[in-house]
Design a protein around this ligand. Structure first.
Ligand SMILES: [Zn+2]
Length: 249
């Protein structure tokens, strides 16, 4: 079996400092590809370096995470464009809006300006987006709908309303399922609602799961959870996720 972790923060020190050993172990345990998501300039540089060193396994995603987006300068955006234009960068992410963890509405305008910049980049360079949408699912849907973007989008760890989920499905969005699916009713609903060919799997490491740092090794567990909720064979899920990831890219 070969697994995909489409969203993991490999440039974080925990992974980055021992990446060679990690990649070797993960490859041995069937992890085929990992979407490495940058969140700022420092992790962007590291992520490109990682994808260049391990081109078979690591797929680079470059973006500014919405938690820090309000601090982004014009100069940094120019740098982001330079990175995104590189052929080794395959995904624009992690980008998006967050009105749940970022409570101060005065930061939202800048957050949105930065997100709109990344939507422009997706259009210009025809690269798929990896989107963080906590508490701002409706706003993101409206932006995507108005823009009529032709690139693929993946909503990572979607936790919004099912009414928005179905609208995003109509736009052809992909959804990556996190280990939290084991206990989150909302996330279980995502699995049940979205067609198998639009589901991906993710750890979002270094975010913890059950007290331990999440890693790509959780992917068999996530596939099992999807198989259980969709009442289909485990092997079918593993195969479908691989195909979906190829199509998403
Ligand atoms: Zn993330």
């Amino acid at each position: 079996m070969e697994y995909i972790d489409c969203h993991c923060h490999l440039a974080e020190n925990y992974f980055y400092k021992h990446i060679k050993e990690f990649i070797q172990e993960w490859n041995e345990k069937g992890i085929k590809q990992i979407g490495a998501m940058a969140t700022n300039g420092k992790t962007a540089k590291r992520t490109i370096e990682l994808a260049t060193t391990f081109p078979e396994t690591i797929v680079a995603g470059i973006g500014r995470h919405p938690w820090g987006a309000h601090k982004t300068t014009e100069e940094e955006l120019l740098k982001f464009e330079e990175w995104i234009s590189k052929p080794e960068v395959k995904i624009i992410g992690e980008v998006g809006l967050d009105h749940y963890f970022i409570r101060e509405p005065e930061k939202w305008e800048k957050q949105c300006e930065v997100f709109r910049f990344f939507l422009d980049m997706a259009e210009k360079y025809q690269k798929p987006l990896m989107i963080h949408s906590t508490g701002a699912e409706k706003e993101i849907f409206e932006l995507l709908e108005t823009r009529k973007l032709k690139t693929n989008v993946c909503f990572h760890w979607f936790s919004g309303d099912i009414s928005i989920l179905t609208k995003l499905m109509d736009l052809g969005a992909y959804f990556s399922i996190n280990p939290a699916v084991a206990q989150s009713k909302r996330h279980q609903q995502v699995v049940q609602t979205v067609a198998l060919d639009h589901l991906l799997t993710e750890s979002d490491g270094t975010v913890k799961f059950r007290g331990e740092i999440g890693t790509p090794l959780l992917m068999p567990f996530v596939c099992k959870e999807i198989a259980k909720r969709k009442k289909i064979p485990f092997e079918d899920v593993v195969q479908a996720v691989q195909t979906a990831f190829e199509k998403y890219l």
